[in-house]
Design a protein around this ligand. Structure first.
Ligand code: MG
Ligand code: ZN
Length: 239
């Protein structure tokens, strides 16, 4: 009995490994299709503010002349894609029908339906989940983990892979700090204990969405970071 259970467990591990190997092959193809475009894959728990962040930073980058495309991942609806459509950039909705992460194959299908020919930047909003999206390379240049300060200081310790695999952590909704007990220093300390090379930005989209006026101060550093990386990638590809 024990033996057959072990065998079954072994077989299921093998299937998982094969699936991830296949994913890597497709991710490499996606990477080639992305070309010079700099691609960021946003990971977070549900409700951390990924879509609002995109609604805030896309107009800023657009007004600076960058061409942008967005791939939205959601389990059931295209509500977030409808919000992105308001920004007048090419956008494609992947509906995973229950699957709690994006994989390279889903993104590959999206690329058949999305005009990325001129794109300088492609933002991928993954399904809200800090667990399995970390295992799937989509062909992106970097993963960005978004943590809102409402989520607790210990999130990096509870979901280490998301922080280990990301190049950037955004501490979002920082405008709420005065009304919360969150300890930003502790969040940073915990995240850096998992990944000492994480680039960390404190962000807020408050006031960015209302009134038509774009208030950039809580997004400036992250936006500059994106621009630097766009230019860096474009210069490498040209060579
Ligand atoms: Mg969203
Ligand atoms: Zn999943």
């Amino acid at each position: 009995m024990l033996n057959s259970n072990n065998r079954r467990a072994g077989r299921s591990l093998l299937i998982q490994r094969n699936a991830l190997e296949t994913n890597e092959v497709i991710a490499d193809k996606n990477k080639a299709l992305f070309g010079k475009a700099f691609v960021m894959n946003f990971l977070s728990s549900p409700g951390s503010g990924k879509t609002s962040l995109l609604e805030s930073i896309v107009p800023i980058l657009k007004s600076d002349g960058f061409k942008i495309a967005v791939i939205e991942g959601d389990v059931e609806t295209d509500l977030d894609k409808k919000r992105i459509d308001e920004l007048n950039v090419p956008a494609y909705q992947i509906i995973t029908n229950g699957t709690c992460h994006l994989d390279a194959k889903m993104v590959s299908a999206a690329l058949n339906n999305l005009d990325i020919k001129d794109a300088d930047i492609i933002f991928i909003e993954n399904v809200g989940n800090l667990v399995c999206p970390t295992s799937f390379n989509l062909g992106e240049d970097m993963k960005v983990v978004v943590l809102s300060i409402t989520e607790g200081d210990d999130k990096p310790l509870k979901y280490p892979a998301a922080f280990y695999k990301s190049k950037v952590m955004l501490i979002n909704k920082i405008d709420l700090l005065p009304v919360l007990d969150s300890d930003v220093a502790k969040i940073k300390e915990n995240a850096l204990s998992i990944n000492k090379d994480l680039a960390i930005f404190e962000t807020s989209c408050k006031n960015n969405l209302n009134s038509g006026e774009i208030k950039q101060d809580r997004l400036n550093d992250f936006v500059s970071f994106i621009k630097d990386n766009v230019n860096l990638k474009a210069s490498k590809i040209k060579k």
